[in-house]
Write a protein that binds this ligand. Structure first.
Ligand SMILES: Cc1ncc(COP(=O)(O)O)c(C=O)c1O
Length: 397
């Protein structure tokens, strides 16, 4: 690379990614093939439109790539219609809303404090600006309470109910959400940005038979190039989702990203991916159990998926911001996270969210997460610098 200023920072970031314990639940390490595709000459190509219906010439090869991404994604989720062009999970959600709602319609999502996402109706986001939003919460045990959600839905009468979250560690019962949506005459959207990898391998029930429209990111447990996808089994909704993605909300697709997604979909179709997700979940369970045995308060008292949220206020008398600062000094990267009924602002928080997807890709097994829980506990309890070296951690066990 000739630009030495940028190269310097890429090299430093590479070193950081190698030397830090990465526990951000929405991150992962992609394969060399995915990296190669996203850094390829495909970034040069304009391809507004869809395969065989482009507004630019010279699309014969990128058409093949997008068609492969589409074919693989349909197979992965056993779904009829997909769109692989969203630049991000947020773009996918925006096009999905436009496909099934009118501006000003009512949407009901999980609150940010309870583990929802900004795009599910928060007032600072397009979803809370263009639509009338209200929220359901998890109960005192940190669990979804379907009776309370039904009550809320009956009162609010939403046009759309959103399920699928950013920081919820338990199984989501999509069939119950379908029933609630049918009772109140609402559409149902599942945003499986976090759990997509687990849905593919059967470690989490699939929303495909229940939701009118399904969105996801491709870079979390799915371990692909950054981006989004939209899926549905409904032909009319599919036509609208395509129309509202392009030309509705995006211009030319990022063909290098679509190639990176296609490669990741191919990788996720292989049996090895199932072993990977199996290990991700085993690791999350032991991680969470170890924190509990050390006396920590974990939201919902455990996990069924790849993430867990620790109430660091109750457990250590720290805010999420303080805890994340202490851990960062120890080369452990996490994110502060609000917890149910949080009294702190989202920029401070009372919790931290930890995920096992990235370090499982690096080869961490149960014994590493058990040790890691003890190291994190030690540093948060004593607010002290314990300096963790990943290779030492791997080699020492
Ligand atoms: C549930 C959920 N939906 C949507 C998104 C948005 O994805 P992106 O950051 O790619 O816009 C996220 C990202 O964290 C998420 O957790």
């Amino acid at each position: 690379m000739k630009d030495l200023e940028i190269k310097k920072y890429i090299d430093l970031e590479k070193k950081r990614q190698r030397e830090h314990v990465e526990l951000i639940a929405s991150e992962n390490y992609v394969s060399k093939d995915v990296l190669e595709a996203t850094g390829s000459i495909l970034t040069n190509k304009y391809a507004e439109g869809y395969p065989n219906k482009r507004y630019y010439d010279g699309c014969e090869f990128v058409d093949k790539i997008e068609n492969l991404a589409i074919k693989r994604l349909k197979k992965l989720f056993n779904v009829k219609y997909v769109n692989v062009q969203p630049h991000s999970g947020t773009q996918a959600n925006m096009a999905a809303f436009l496909a099934i709602l009118k501006p000003g319609d009512k949407i009901l999502g999980l609150s940010l404090n309870s583990g929802g996402h900004l795009t599910h109706g928060h007032k600072v986001n397009f979803s809370g600006i263009l639509y009338q939003s209200d929220f359901y919460e998890v109960d005192n045990n940190g669990l979804l309470n379907y009776e309370k959600i039904l009550k809320k839905a009956k009162k609010f009468k939403p046009n759309l109910i959103i399920c699928g979250y950013s920081a919820y560690s338990r199984i989501i019962d999509f069939s119950k959400f379908r029933k609630i949506a049918d009772i109140v005459g609402s559409k149902l959207m599942a945003d499986i940005a976090h759990i997509a990898g687990l849905v593919i391998t059967g470690h989490h029930p699939s929303p495909i038979p229940y939701a009118d429209i399904i969105t996801s990111t491709t870079h979390k447990t799915l371990r692909g190039a950054r981006g989004g996808i939209i899926m549905t089994n409904n032909k009319k909704i599919a036509e609208k989702m395509n129309k509202y993605l392009f030309p509705g909300t995006q211009g030319g697709p990022l063909m290098h990203s679509i190639a990176g997604k296609a490669i990741a979909f191919g990788e996720a179709l292989k049996p090895e991916f199932k072993y990977y997700i199996d290990q991700v979940i085993k690791n999350a369970k032991i991680f969470s159990n170890e924190f509990i045995s050390l006396g920590c308060k974990i939201i919902s008292n455990g996990t069924d998926n790849h993430l867990l949220t620790i109430d660091v206020k109750t457990s250590y008398g720290l805010t999420g911001k303080e805890a994340s600062k202490i851990l960062q000094k120890n080369n452990i990267t996490i994110n502060k996270n609000t917890i149910p009924n949080d009294t702190e602002k989202p920029s401070i928080t009372s919790g931290i969210r930890l995920g096992t997807a990235a370090m499982t890709t690096r080869g961490f097994k149960e014994k590493h997460f058990k040790k890691l829980a003890n190291l994190i506990h030690l540093s948060l309890k004593n607010k002290k610098d314990i300096r963790i070296n990943i290779s030492n951690l791997i080699n020492s066990l």
